[in-house]
Design a protein around this ligand. Sequence first.
Ligand code: GLA
Length: 375
Amino acid sequence: MLQILRSTLVALLLTGTLAQAVLPPPPTLKSAFAKHFLIGAALNQAQFSGKDPRGASIVIAQFNTISPENILKWESVHPELNRYDWEGPDQYVAFGVKNKMFIIGHTLVWHNQTPKWVFEDAKGAPLGREALLARLRDHIHAVVGRYKGKINGWDVVNEALNEDGTMRETQWLKIIGEDYLAQAFQFAHEADPKAELYYNDYSLENEAKRNGAIALIKRLQAKKVPIRAVGLQGHNKMAWPSVEQQDLTITEFAKLGIKVNITELDVDVLPPASDYRGADITVNYELQVKLNPYAQGLPDAMQRDLARRYAELFRVYVKHAAVIDRITFWCVTDGDSWLNDWPIRGRTSYPLLFDRLGQPKRAFTVVLSTATTKF
Ligand code: GLA
């Protein structure tokens, strides 16, 4: 009997399964990945203002970095020319400081969720380059300056590129010209020289857009712009990007000597509404029952597929941990996710690791286990 036990033990040890059997994976995301990267989530106002204690407790237990889902976007923090609204941002930052988290600011320059007045003079005529640059500088100095030493990293520019890698024709580009990016980074650097500064975008796993981003970052580097990292938003589908695409994308950006962060991670399990595969938040389609197949719950087989999908992505992140500072999920529980309303309003989506009751899903457990992947 003893002999059988001993040989079983030896066999288990040799295959490594004993280690897994007696040493359960660490119970939280932040502890599991402590040696690899920070793990975060984007917070809504209810979570950091005290209205959603359940959400806040998940954040405090699981994450060591936070991003603001909306509260620091231009339209929220600076709704009118002479009015900033600091209440929400102050609460967000206080929540992060209190819980000793790495606090992200999102986002200083974007074409969405930016009021029309930003680009116009008092009569509604388009601003010229110098006037818009002055306005941008004021905004960045006000917002970055207020949280100097507290917000640790800023998405300076969000989504400056088209799918083919060319520059997106935003008001920023049209009025200021391409150096709006370098200028914005410079203003942010002046306002808080210690803050990390990032370029953030979606679909950079696709070759054309990635090449555009690489060229853009090289141009910024040639101007000595202090860019710490590129943010891959990571609004993923079940079959996109492929593991190979994800792997190659991280490798290619890391060659620029910058870090590569995953900044808005989620996995969309719902059927696509069209052929469109990007993350442009202005896209919207009609609700149809066939496009909302899991309104009553996600079938077990899909839970397993989602867990598998998360595992394959996290194995790539763990492989590249040396160049990744941070992996941030876009929202905390499935119920919080923008994917319930985009690109179709009113669907029931399941893109995250915590379900609508705040309970960890199968994908959570599987993600934890990837922390011990050996390469
Ligand atoms: C983009 C933006 C985010 C957020 C998401 C969707 O990725 O960067 O701020 O709006 O879309 O919620």
